[in-house]
Design a protein around this ligand. Structure first.
Ligand code: FCB
Length: 445
């Protein structure tokens, strides 16, 4: 243990995702986010991924910046349509070479890569052939994964298959707030299954091709509490926890969907005829670590008739971030202990944690963001306490290195520890970035 309680091998990092930063959409195949963002009214400021942070051309500068901040590990995602413009078929040499150069650049600077294979940018061509509601997409994903392992596996030891399957399935196909913007709960449940199957198949492919590498999946986990101690609110909280958290934790870590939620769903959408024999075995293949994205907690109340889960989310009582999410570091500590209690000794990586705030414009080359700094400090402290309590957390990635294309919020929500002036593409570290740099240095890496 080092003086402040983080273990010697602990790594501090920063995270991004391909479509949120790369731009250069003309140098790759189209994805569902390119089309979705062009539908009027879907993205609040009308922003598209076309330019974003122009990272495709400015990656050297971004890597230098990370090195200056002392970032030890970088979580980024590989764009499926950049590697395979049509989703399947002929790979793009230019796309693969971009990631090779990026990875070589990371190694030159001593930064350890953590590569995510899918961060929501499904190739449009595959969507046109049925997308995630079609089981075939899981097999196409496994092929894409195998290609990436073959092309880039010599440069990456740590992999994440899928980022936040909840968002892909239920926000993309149930609530419809994210691409492809569908609103069919039964379809969302089927999509969740196919996305989890894709994960399992990609784990198998990695074991076959790169037996010595490590692999995990990243789940967005939202600890849930009832609004009151009434039996109905408690049942609603259990339902929300079941639908959002256990729906993914249980199949991945125990090889089974949670019974209570299966019963609830089947009584509404009929039997799950899309789950085939052997699927849950594939989905439950052992992984090397669990990626946890943590932002906040939910407080829910029972609301008969309100949506497929018959509940509402209560307004947060404490301070909130620019997303309206409650600042709740204690719930991160409790979540990590719960994972250990309910799922046993897992290696955990906090693959995202951070906050959007209405940052002031830069003055004298600096952006003062005291609230983000306090958010990071509080959550790092929660991680440190969980480690002291025996949870095997190995790394922490702040979301995000740069302000970027925040999905349906366009460029209006800024999560970066580094400010991006989109007019000039100038990067300006915020106070929180300088604080994080000093925090990492104080921890000896
Ligand atoms: C997570 C996403 C990430 C970013 C943050 C704010 O759900 O994985 O891309 O949008 O939220």
């Amino acid at each position: 243990m080092s003086v402040n309680g983080f273990p010697e091998h602990f790594r501090f990092g920063a995270a991004t995702a391909a479509i949120q930063i790369e731009g250069a959409t003309d140098a790759r195949g189209p994805s569902i986010w390119d089309s979705f963002s062009r539908v009027p009214g879907t993205v609040s400021d009308g922003g598209t991924p076309d330019v974003a942070c122009d990272h495709y051309h400015r990656w050297r500068e971004d890597l230098d910046l990370m090195a200056e901040l002392g970032i030890a590990t970088y979580r980024f995602s590989i764009s499926w349509p950049r590697v395979l413009p049509g989703g399947t078929g002929a790979p793009s040499r230019e796309g693969i070479d971009f990631y090779r150069r990026l990875l070589e650049g990371l190694h030159e600077r001593g930064i350890r890569p953590l590569a995510t294979l899918y961060h929501w940018d499904l190739p449009q061509a595959l969507h046109d052939r049925g997308g995630w509601p079609a089981r075939d997409t899981a097999s196409r994903f496994a092929e894409y994964a195998a290609l990436v392992y073959e092309e880039l596996g010599d440069l990456v030891d740590d992999w994440i298959t899928i980022n936040e399957p909840w968002v892909v399935s239920f926000l993309g196909h149930g609530f419809g707030t994210k691409a492809p913007g569908r609103t069919d709960w039964a379809e969302a449940i089927r999509v969740a299954h196919h996305v989890l199957l894709a994960h399992g198949l990609a784990v198998d492919a990695l074991r076959e091709l790169r037996g010595d590498a490590t692999v995990g999946i990243t789940l967005d986990l939202w600890p849930t509490e009832p609004a009151t101690s009434s039996a109905d609110d408690e049942a609603a909280a259990r339902r929300w926890d079941g639908a959002h958290n256990r729906w993914f934790l249980d199949p991945v870590l125990r090889g089974a969907y949670p019974d209570d939620v299966v019963r609830w769903y089947e009584s509404r959408v009929g039997p799950f005829d899309w789950v085939l024999d052997g699927d849950l075995e594939v989905i439950g293949r052992p992984i090397d670590f669990l990626g946890v994205n943590y932002y906040s907690r939910d407080v829910v109340a029972s609301a008969p008739g309100a949506g497929p889960l018959e509940l509402t989310r209560a307004a947060p009582s404490g301070p909130t971030t620019g997303m309206g999410w409650e600042v709740a570091p204690a719930s991160l500590h409790a979540l990590l202990l719960r994972l250990k209690r309910d799922y046993g000794d897992l290696a955990i990586s906090i693959t995202e944690n951070g906050a959007a705030y209405d940052d002031p414009v830069p003055t004298n080359g600096l952006v003062e963001d005291p609230e983000r700094l306090e958010y990071l400090r509080g959550h790092l402290e929660a991680v440190r306490r969980a480690v002291a309590d025996g949870v095997d957390v190995r790394s922490y990635f702040t979301w995000s290195l740069l302000d970027n294309f925040e999905w349906e919020h366009g460029y209006e929500k800024r999560f970066g520890i580094v400010y991006v002036d989109y007019a000039t593409q100038r990067r300006i570290p915020k106070r929180s970035a300088l604080w994080y740099r000093d925090f990492i240095a104080a921890n000896g890496r």
